[in-house]
Design a protein around this ligand. Structure first.
Ligand SMILES: [Zn+2]
Length: 259
């Protein structure tokens, strides 16, 4: 097996608040723009590697701050989605993309079966196996778990401005999303998307369908607009806003859903 990571490189994921007591459980699939040294730059310019095509700008900071505010377990992927996307089923074309929007990814144009397997085994699977292990342990302890999948989106898509400050995402189970929408929309001045700018689906997502829906866990996807997360202050503002909403939802849990 090809070895992707040198011993001095960061691991495939990192965990914050491993002993967090909250039922909330945070995932951040696109937390990092890092590329393993062994893959060079994938042929992508340094400027493009800092764009959203490589990662979800700003959302790692919000995830860590939200984990602190809730005392919640959080897991963040360690490498760029351009290497392998942790929110796509391995093997489909969107898992290792040859082009992202209009940017070619030369290092992904010819990926052998062995190279694809190495990316899956050494980056994708450690991240998802850690999630699985944690969820199994919590179930064994009869702890309630509520999955929150954190993402960020670009202010414009193909030159068209997006009006939302944030989006609340779901697929088959809208219970938690409905509550979160209600809380966020109660704040004046915020435009909150209902399954906008994206909806969760079995083909365009992995984390919520596999870890949330299949386990029957309450869950929600969150998309935050990247320009609002450009500074630490912006990240704190959104972490605090989401923490208020999630704490309030938990307190009123009996009235809308049995955990
Ligand atoms: Zn994302």
């Amino acid at each position: 097996m090809l070895r992707l990571l040198d011993l001095d490189e960061p691991p495939a994921f990192r965990v914050e608040r491993p002993n967090g007591q909250s039922p909330y459980f945070l995932t951040c699939d696109h937390a990092s723009a890092r590329i393993p040294r062994s893959l060079g730059s994938l042929g992508v310019s340094a400027a493009d590697l800092q764009r959203h095509i490589a990662w979800d700008i700003g959302v790692a900071g919000v995830t860590v701050k939200l984990a602190d505010a809730l005392d919640a377990f959080a897991i963040l992927s360690g490498y760029s989605r351009l290497v392998i996307d942790c929110n796509r089923q391995p093997g489909i074309p969107e898992s290792i993309v040859r082009q992202s929007e209009t940017t070619r990814i030369p290092g992904n144009e010819v990926v052998t079966v062995e190279e694809a397997a190495a990316r899956q085994q050494q980056l994708f699977l450690p991240y998802h196996n850690r999630i699985r292990t944690e969820l199994e342990a919590r179930r064994a302890q009869q702890r309630h778990t509520i999955l929150i999948s954190m993402h960020s989106f670009t202010p414009r898509f193909h030159q068209v401005p997006r009006p939302w400050h944030a989006g609340v995402l779901y697929n088959k189970d809208a219970r938690l999303a409905t509550e979160l929408l209600r809380h966020l929309r109660a704040e004046p001045g915020l435009v909150i998307g209902d399954n906008e700018p994206y909806a969760v689906s079995d083909t365009t997502d992995y984390t919520i369908p596999v870890h949330g829906e299949r386990r029957g866990l309450l869950h929600v996807g969150i998309e935050l607009r990247q320009d609002l997360l450009a500074t630490g202050a912006g990240q704190s503002e959104w972490a605090e806003r989401l923490a208020r909403a999630f704490i309030s939802i938990l307190r009123s849990g009996d009235t809308w859903c049995k955990f």
